[in-house]
Design a protein around this ligand. Structure first.
Ligand SMILES: O=C(O)CCC(=O)C(=O)O
Ligand SMILES: [Fe+2]
Length: 222
């Protein structure tokens, strides 16, 4: 399912410095095919969301999502992959920390689909320290939007869209790891019809981190 990333031992320092580590080509071709098939099946029961997130500076959500609690009930593959020992071990190496699975079933593993012109996952921080985002579909050109934008070293959402923020383009099969609770981030709007961006977000935590579902997770995933 996974290729071993290049230079995994450089990752903790990079994560500390910028909050972001690209994992280009993390998924094997076979892994990508399996996950795409699973996501396509689950998309039938996913829900369209169009609203502003009041607790995140009213940033927009225009996307289709499926929460972890539904994924757990409907998928054998995804919960198994989320808890895979080799994956947790890899994340421990990439972070240099004792990462653990998230107890809250809603946020543990979620599916996010941007599929209409203007679709966006607006500015926010996550509830848990680490997000492993796996790309199942992505616009092939950065001009089509769907870029990750994040601001190193700050959780302030008003830094997004300024010169302090950085954008990254990813292809299907790529992944990234983000220090997502303290790094402001968003996904830029899709700029034209006919392009799709589908990710799985696996959340992980650290010992002692609070373990409750927040209002933002409930609004987007329940
Ligand atoms: O889709 C992405 O690249 C980011 C996803 C994200 O920030 C989230 O699910 O909390
Ligand atoms: Fe996030």
């Amino acid at each position: 399912m996974f290729n071993v990333p290049r230079d995994p031992d450089q990752a903790p320092a990079q994560l500390e410095r910028t909050g972001y580590v690209p994992l280009t080509g993390l998924l094997t071709a076979e892994g990508l095919a399996l996950l795409r098939q699973e996501a396509a099946r689950l998309e039938d029961i996913a829900r369209r969301r169009d609203f502003s997130m009041a607790c995140m500076d009213d940033s927009p959500r225009h996307m289709t999502t499926l929460g972890g609690q539904v994924i757990a009930a409907e998928s054998e593959l995804l919960p198994r992959l989320y808890a895979d020992e080799a994956l947790i071990e890899l994340l421990g190496r990439l972070t240099g920390r004792p990462v653990a699975s998230v107890p809250d079933p809603v946020e543990r593993h979620v599916l996010n689909i941007l599929h209409q012109e203007g679709d966006t996952h607006g500015g926010h921080t996550d509830d848990y320290p680490y997000a492993l985002v796996l790309f199942l579909e992505a616009p092939s050109s950065p001009a089509d939007g769907g870029l990750l934008e994040y601001t190193p070293g700050t959780s302030r959402l008003d830094t997004l869209g300024t010169a302090a923020a950085v954008t990254s383009h990813h292809h299907a099969g790529d992944a990234y790891l983000l220090r997502s609770d303290t790094t402001a981030h968003r996904v830029t709007p899709l700029t034209r019809p006919g392009v799709r961006r589908t990710v799985l977000n696996f959340a992980y935590t650290l010992p002692g981190h609070p373990a409750h579902a927040t209002d933002s997770a409930n609004q987007l995933y329940r």
